[in-house]
Design a binder for this molecule. Structure first.
Ligand code: TXA
Ligand code: MG
Length: 315
């Protein structure tokens, strides 16, 4: 993890912002749950989130902004999106089309062409984002598989004091934000959360569709098909003539479109390159991309999870 120093004592907004700008992690209070924050434009910092949480896959993360101006640098806002965004700051996340060239790390958005954004309704969180001057990727600040923390003490205990925490006291709501996807013709709730759908609907005077139970869990999976390359993917293999080749580690020269996730066999470098290289090879127009084996330890588990999804049969 990026910040191996043990510190469980309180830190200031300025100190927390300095850590984040330097590419370290810092947990912070929001009105929903504590978030494990990283500079969303820094791929290495975002990768530290996955390592620290022990997350076996690259879920797309929620990007926290200080104000609408910052949010507009990251996403494209339709008139409908603007109407919903008027509810911010709030425990409400909007999934919007990503603005091309928005500077977000691929590993923060899992390479999708949409982005989940929220402006949290918590003065400390807002002060932190402002002081950092960058959007913050932040999932809940708990080790994977554990409960989301609603106090700084829980964050400190969860990570054994290895992650600094900007302490804002107990969270007001204790459940994660409600996630809405803003389509051209309406709103769809992808995750029920701290803001009731009926309330949002009443305040906007608009209906909100729901993704059915079960399908809600598949929401990020659904979006993966969005991201799935046009080419077929063959895993754990070497390339045949006419294919494109995504290598890992030491690789033979190949007479065709080729990229190497990490010639030195470094999983962190491979994770950083994964989405961009898949896009690059897909753009080369081959029918199939052959992918070399990637070891299953550390970030390799997340890399393989994404590769397997990209290789899964299309619906
Ligand atoms: O309350 C919260 O929302 C907390 C606090 C810290 O703000 N954050 C949180 O973030 O729960 P996170 O990163 O764990 O939420 C990630 C979820 C994904 O599992 C996925 O459901 C959704 O956000 N998501 C992110 N990007 C998406 C996208 N482009 N399309 C659809 N869903 C997306
Ligand atoms: Mg969580």
């Amino acid at each position: 993890m990026a910040n191996s120093e043990t510190r469980s004592e309180p830190i200031s907004v300025e100190a927390a912002a300095a850590l984040l700008r330097a590419g370290h992690l810092c947990a912070f209070a929001t009105e929903t749950v504590y978030g494990l924050g990283a500079d969303a434009t820094n791929a290495d910092a975002v990768l530290s989130i996955y390592e620290t949480k022990g997350r076996p896959r690259f879920n797309p993360l929620i990007i926290h902004c200080a104000d609408l101006a910052m949010a507009e640098t990251l996403a494209l806002f339709s008139p409908l999106a603007r109407r919903v965004a008027a509810l911010w700051p709030a425990p409400l996340t909007l999934v919007l089309p990503a603005r091309p060239g928005n500077g977000l790390a691929d590993v923060a958005t899992a390479g999708l062409d949409s982005v989940a954004i929220r402006i949290p309704d918590h003065p400390l969180a807002l002060a932190l984002i402002r002081a950092t001057g960058r959007p913050l990727a932040a999932p809940s600040a708990n080790p994977s598989g554990k409960l989301s923390p609603t106090t700084a003490e829980q964050v400190i205990a969860g990570f054994g004091g290895r992650v600094p925490v900007l302490d804002g006291g107990p969270c007001n709501s204790g459940v994660e934000s409600t996630i809405l996807r803003v389509n051209e013709d309406g709103l769809v709730q992808l995750r029920a959360g701290a803001m009731a759908r009926e309330d949002i609907s009443a305040r906007l005077g608009l209906p909100i569709d729901v993704v059915e139970e079960g399908a809600a869990i598949a929401a990020p999976g659904m979006l993966l098909s969005h991201y799935a390359p046009d080419a077929q993917i063959r895993l754990n293999t070497t390339p045949r003539p006419g294919e494109a080749y995504l290598a890992f580690g030491k690789a033979e020269a190949f007479d065709g479109p080729m990229a190497n996730l990490s010639p030195g066999g470094d999983l962190r470098e491979a994770a950083r390159n994964l989405f961009a290289m898949l896009h690059q090879l897909d753009a080369a127009g081959c029918q199939t991309i052959a992918v070399a084996p990637v070891p299953e330890h550390g970030l390799g588990e997340a890399i393989n999870d994404r590769l397997e999804r990209a290789a899964a049969p299309r619906g």
